[in-house]
Design a protein around this ligand. Structure first.
Ligand SMILES: NC(=O)c1ccc[n+]([C@@H]2O[C@H](COP(=O)([O-])OP(=O)(O)OC[C@H]3O[C@@H](n4cnc5c(N)ncnc54)[C@H](OP(=O)(O)O)[C@@H]3O)[C@@H](O)[C@H]2O)c1
Length: 273
């Protein structure tokens, strides 16, 4: 991801200096100035973008170069929790740096393209000052002054994505024992999932209004009754039921607590621990 970011910055005309633990990564990236130390990379620019494996790695990389951060704007794009983002904002302020936390809602080949979305949070004036530069990566969105709010949305959006991947993997696992290829299944699964997308908006509206009684399309009691077939088929096809058990547990609890005649959005009422 770091090389994709550096490539996009230079493609947009921003002189870019990069440090990476292992020298020589992305040898085709010739438009970037490379440094041997983190301190040199920080000194090269007033805008310092960190994109490493996770926050602990970022702290580790910056250790020993903290005194160079004063007066810079530090933007951390590592995946992390809201609490980690807030703690790093405090840490950066302690070293005299302005701080934005961010989340990248794209895979590396998308960076710089029309579908790449990057989320930021922290001081809105700091974001405004660098908004055009962030635009080199994709569409930059500022979500609030609380440094943790970008990470919260990052984790929320990725959680939605992993739900999609879980459904996909389970579906593929079911058909493969019968010699049906994953790509064959996709010719049906993709249009079906696309057609189902509006049902998420329907569920979101029910959740926000708290009105689960209006416009019910697929009562949970009916859905729960079908779930036995899902588990039986998984067993018969020899695949693990794990990717279905979480939602089945919530569905059972929701029906038991009186949501049997409500749509799937009502599961939100039993999700809190
Ligand atoms: N790839 C994606 O699809 C994607 C999408 C959105 C967000 N992200 C986020 O972007 C961040 C980077 O992801 P990535 O795809 O670039 O991961 P990656 O390909 O695994 O690269 C990890 C980076 O962290 C460095 N690193 C790991 N451990 C280190 C250590 N102990 N000290 C110093 N550097 C260390 C690696 O350096 P070396 O080159 O020396 O190993 C490398 O630059 C992550 O937080 C990830 O969650 C990734």
């Amino acid at each position: 991801m770091g090389s994709a970011l550096a490539r996009a910055f230079t493609a947009a005309g921003h002189p870019t200096t990069a440090w990476n633990r292992t020298p020589g990564r992305a040898p085709d990236l010739t438009t970037v100035t490379r440094t041997e130390t983190v301190a040199e990379a920080i000194e090269a620019s007033p805008l310092v973008v960190v994109c490493l494996l996770h926050y602990d790695v970022a702290y580790e990389a910056l250790r020993g170069a903290e005194d160079r951060l004063a007066g810079t704007t530090l933007v951390n794009l590592c995946n992390g929790t809201p609490a980690q983002a807030r703690a790093m904002a405090t840490w950066a302020a302690g070293h005299g740096a302005r701080y934005l936390d961010g989340g990248i809602m794209a895979v590396p080949p998308m960076i710089g393209g029309p579908d790449a979305m990057t989320l930021y949070s922290g001081d809105p004036e700091v974001f405004a000052a660098h908004r055009d530069t962030f635009g080199a990566l994709g569409t930059p969105l500022h979500l609030g002054a609380d440094p943790g709010v970008a990470a919260l949305h990052d984790i929320a959006l990725l959680s939605g994505m992993y739900g999609m991947f879980a459904g996909f993997l389970h579906a593929v696992g079911l058909v493969r024992p019968d010699g049906i290829k994953a790509t064959e299944l996709m010719t049906l699964l993709e249009p079906m999932l696309r057609a189902m997308l509006p049902s998420l908006t329907h569920a979101a509206e029910q959740i926000d209004s708290g009105d689960y009684d209006s416009n019910v399309t697929s009562p949970l009691a009916m859905q729960l009754a079908a779930f036995g077939n899902f588990f039986d088929t998984a067993r018969d096809q020899g695949i693990r039921p794990d990717l279905l058990t979480g939602i089945h547990t919530l569905m059972s609890e929701a029906v038991a607590s009186g949501h049997g005649n409500h749509d799937i959005g009502a599961l939100i009422e039993v999700i809190n621990v």
